[in-house]
Design a protein. Structure first.
Length: 110
């Protein structure tokens, strides 16, 4: 199970990296950032295929998307100087709380 969560966090890393590269692709007109973003997304999906053997798909997708949203919002605040209202911050922490609840109380079917 630990290996599955390792692959999940690697998948989240690649998905977040690919998403953060999207502005630099300039609508996919810049070859290098576009290629790196595509490789990141493909790597994220590849890692997720390893996770699906151990964790149910609903839990995998909730965790992957929820933690990805949280991480991208935080990086957007620091790197792109985007503002986050207190309501958004509260919502982000509710997402994390939901991910924790889903992973804590989900059945693990192999």
């Amino acid at each position: 199970m630990t290996k599955a969560y390792f692959f999940m966090f690697v998948a989240i890393f690649f998905e977040v990296t690919g998403t953060l590269l999207l502005p630099s692709t300039q609508n996919f007109t810049k070859l290098i950032p576009t290629s790196i973003a595509a490789i990141c997304y493909l790597s994220a999906l590849y890692c997720l295929t390893h996770v699906l053997h151990k964790i149910p798909i609903a839990v995998v997708y909730a965790t992957w998307s929820g933690l990805g949203i949280f991480t991208i919002a935080i990086f957007g605040y620091f790197f792109f100087k985007q503002t986050l209202s207190w309501q958004v911050i509260l919502g982000l922490f509710l997402i994390v709380a939901g991910v924790v609840l889903v992973n804590t109380f989900s059945s693990r079917i192999v």
